[in-house]
Design a protein around this ligand. Structure first.
Ligand code: F6P
Length: 553
């Protein structure tokens, strides 16, 4: 989405009308009939990404065959990508062009993992951050009392929390960070301005051995600054008013002066380039907590991202995983009218993946204004939600089976080692859910199920409709050999580029977030007591909240 070249809204591209016709043709066709008529469907619509590095044999398997499309649609989707000159977009993204066209800058987060050069004249040096992280990890830093720092608490929100939190949950050893008998630093996160999260994390923290990292690119995010202030007060309350507060803080931020004014030592303020957006920043200094948690394996995480960069940049659309993911998602959203996508990672370590994906997709592509300032005619980003399997099976899968809404599903399935039966149960469940949600159960099958229970005929007739599952929920299954730094890096980069593909074709800027600013302005107004400026409902609620506060004083 660089500023070069004329922009054509996607509906005016030749392939768009062909796809609209396909949607009418195929929308109601049961998914299982697509398989029945096509014995090679499963293998033809599964992309196996061979890993070119030494780190593993096979990196990712992505099975698209349970999505509602066929060869003709695929050809026209790829035609749409060509009509939209997606190759130009990819070239611009990797060559430092101003793809973030509203803020007039590049989006070169891939350079933090070696996937592209940094924009000219803006090389970054993460050596100081890395040295600091390794010293912290290995217990070489002391706090104001001389005690070793053993605990890092990250204070940040949005992109300054979700990426590192997800990666630490996925990759840090859950039994504690002990390597070679040495206990390494523990890592925790506080994002919410609700004091309960702060209190929960700090309940077992020892102030003398705790260091807070204020992660805020802008150093201007009210929630993070409020938590940083609470941390400063907590340290003083625990260790005394006259402690050297700088021994217990570091910051990841571009606002050096503001961080230093807060009390962070200048040599502990680690910047990240302007052209790394918050939700794309886990690869940068924002990844400091991950570096502390997993040490040198952080580099495998970067390699995982980088091989997807190379794949995305160099692979023809017909074989290109992010292009397929982007096109199928766009097909579901803009042509089939599917408004909702459930991210279903079958891994406890990926429990925060849906939250990370929400920010990535919804903050990036939850927009309606196109590059030429017009309003989009197509639906853009869907609503992303989800939870780790099998937890969600016992909560919301009922609606997926028998509700009234079409939901597209992304199953993320790390296969894992063969040693524990529970791991196998997990994987079997993921595959079973994808299969059952596609196939459904018709009335005859429902009757047969009840017949096997030896129920009286009248009861079978009465009950059978309640057992019917309409099926046809489309899904993509992404299978990884295991959840390790390399594969997590590859997975996250895959989705990052998927978002770019969609944004480029829709004609929106995935790298700004002006909408979010709007709510922040009203919160600021309320905080400064400007209650009367709001609508009557909001003004009334603000007054009532104040009354509650007064009564509780
Ligand atoms: O929610 C808006 C946002 O700007 C996100 O894009 C960003 O990840 C988050 O706030 C945190 O911003 P910062 O790192 O500047 O505190």
């Amino acid at each position: 989405m660089s500023d070069r070249g004329a922009f054509t809204p996607p509906q005016h591209l030749p392939a768009w009308s062909a796809l609209t016709a396909h949607a009418r043709r195929l929308a109601d066709r049961p998914l299982s009939t697509l398989f029945a008529n096509d014995p090679d469907r499963a293998s033809r619509f599964t992309r196996i990404f061979e890993n070119p590095t030494e780190l593993d044999q096979t990196a990712l398997i992505v099975d698209f065959s349970k999505q509602q499309f066929d060869d003709e649609i695929l050809a026209d989707l790829i035609g749409l990508a060509r009509d939209a000159r997606l190759s130009e977009g990819i070239h611009g993204l990797f060559h430092g062009e101003a793809v973030n066209f509203t803020e007039k800058r590049a989006a070169s987060h891939m350079s933090m993992r070696g996937g592209c050069p940094p924009p000219p004249g803006s090389e970054t040096d993460t050596r100081a951050m890395r040295t600091f992280a390794f010293d912290l990890r290995e217990g070489l830093l002391t706090g104001s009392t001389g005690k070793t720092i053993h605990h890092l608490i990250n204070l940040g929100i949005g992109g300054s929390d979700l990426g590192p939190r997800l990666a630490v949950e996925a990759l840090a050893d859950p039994r504690g960070n002990i390597v070679g008998g040495i206990e390494l630093a523990r890592v925790d996160f506080v994002a919410n301005v609700d004091p309960r999260e702060f209190d929960t994390v700090l309940a077992h923290a020892d102030a003398a051995s705790t260091l807070f990292v204020i992660s805020s690119k802008s150093f201007n995010t009210p929630e993070t600054l409020a938590n940083a202030e609470a941390a400063r007060q907590w340290l003083r309350a625990q260790l005394g008013e006259d402690i050297d507060i700088g021994e217990h803080f570091a910051a990841v931020s571009n606002a050096l002066e503001a961080a230093v004014a807060f009390g962070v030592r200048p040599d502990r303020v680690f910047p990240l380039p302007d052209w790394v957006g918050g939700r794309y920043s886990v690869w940068s200094s924002i990844g400091l907590p991950l570096l502390v948690a997993i040490g040198g394996m952080f580099d495998d995480f970067l390699v995982g991202g980088r091989i997807i960069d190379d794949h995305f940049r160099l692979t023809p659309f017909e074989q290109n995983l992010p292009v397929w993911l982007g096109l199928i998602g766009l097909w579901n959203s803009s042509f089939l009218g599917i408004q909702s996508v459930a991210a279903l990672p079958y891994a406890h370590g990926l429990r925060s993946f849906p939250g990370w994906l929400q920010q990535l997709e919804m903050e990036s592509n939850g927009k309606h204004v196109l590059r030429d300032g017009s309003r989009t005619e197509a639906d853009t980003a869907p609503i992303i939600w989800g939870a780790a399997g099998t937890i969600g099976q016992h909560a919301f899968h009922q609606l997926l089976y028998q509700g009234t809404r079409k939901v597209a599903l992304d199953f993320i399935v790390p296969v894992g080692e063969d040693g524990d039966l529970r791991q196998r149960i997990l994987v079997d469940n993921a595959l079973a859910q994808a299969a059952a949600l596609m196939a459904g159960r018709d009335l005859d099958a429902a009757r047969a199920t009840l017949t096997r229970r030896n129920l009286p005929a009248a009861e079978i007739e009465q009950l059978a409709p309640h057992l019917v599952c309409e099926g046809n929920q489309p899904s993509t299954t992404i299978m990884l050999p295991r959840l390790d730094p390399f594969h997590l890096g590859a997975l996250l980069a895959l989705y990052e580029h998927k978002v770019f593909v969609q944004a480029w074709i829709w004609g929106i800027n995935p790298f700004d977030q002006y909408g979010v600013e709007h709510g922040k302005e009203i919160a600021r107004a309320l905080a400064s007591g400007k209650v009367g400026e709001q609508d009557d409902s909001t003004a009334q609620l603000a007054r009532l909240a104040e009354e509650f506060r007064q009564r509780m004083r």
